[in-house]
Design a protein. Sequence first.
Length: 134
Amino acid sequence: MPDGDRPPAAGGRPGGDRIELRGIRVLGTHGVLAEERTRAQPFEVDLDLELDLGRAGDTDDLDDTVDYGDVVARVIDVVAGARSYNLLETLAGVIASEALVDPRVTATTVAIRKLRPPLAAELDSVGVRITRSR
């Protein structure tokens, strides 16, 4: 759509604009059991970044928004990194802190799932969802 035909931006009211990242799959060594901390297992992360997207919608310029490629790289670094966490709650908190590094992000919601939890039951995943804001 040519610039002159672009509808006006929504204005970026708080909580209204967000970047949504879904299904980031990463191998990591997190959990309470010794086996979980030595053998990598799959994790899946969903991430919402709340920020004003009005300017980016008007300018069509990456500099006016958060580069979600950089955010995904930070998520991968945390989950696949050398540091292991016992709890998904802690891992989600660290990811949330990374998402809030950019001052334009006012809040973030992180959902993280362990896709092969070591339980004596059949289930697809176990996970947590947290929301953090400035």
